[in-house]
Design a protein around this ligand. Structure first.
Ligand code: HEC
Length: 127
């Protein structure tokens, strides 16, 4: 008869938790950031104080000043994930009309507007 110690199994479990824990936490954080409330508030920032609408268009279709923010091969916000979009809004794209915190919006509004752009570009909401 083989005596099965619980140790290796517990060790495996611990390794899985340690390996996946931060990723799950990050996924949860992104889910909170892109909540319907954040998306809805972000829509107001986009069309209001953020001035995004002036360059990116009222349907995020882009224009002579700036690229579309709908589903497209993202140039600056690589991959088009929430964090990549947020990073562009926070830091801007040096040497272009895309400045950091357009319209002088707060970090909080930057997160909201990033949630809105993420949601539209992922087909979660309409512009
Ligand atoms: C004055 C015009 C202007 C305004 C206002 C503006 N943008 Fe931009 N935006 C640009 C330009 C130009 C680029 C492309 C930069 C480049 O050449 O790479 C850009 C790029 C971006 C990108 C990256 C697109 C990609 O393909 O990776 C995102 C995301 C973005 N803008 C979001 C916003 C948001 C959100 C707002 C409002 C808070 C905003 N922009 C306001 C001009 C503007």
């Amino acid at each position: 008869m083989v005596a099965r110690s619980g140790f290796p199994f517990r060790l495996c479990f611990a390794v899985v938790v340690i390996a996946l824990g931060p990723k799950l936490a990050l996924a949860q954080a992104v889910a909170d950031s892109t909540s319907p409330a954040a998306v809805s508030a972000g829509r107001d920032v986009f069309h209001g104080p953020g001035t995004c609408v002036v360059c990116h268009g009222s349907n995020l279709e882009g224009g002579p000043m700036a690229p579309t923010l709908k589903t497209h091969p993202w140039k600056d916000a690589k991959g088009g994930g929430y964090n990549a979009i947020l990073s562009v809004v926070m830091t801007g794209v040096p040497g272009t009309a895309m400045v950091s915190h357009p319209g002088g919006i707060s970090d909080e509004d930057a997160r909201r507007v990033a949630a809105y752009v993420w949601a539209v570009s992922h087909g979660k909401t309409s512009p």
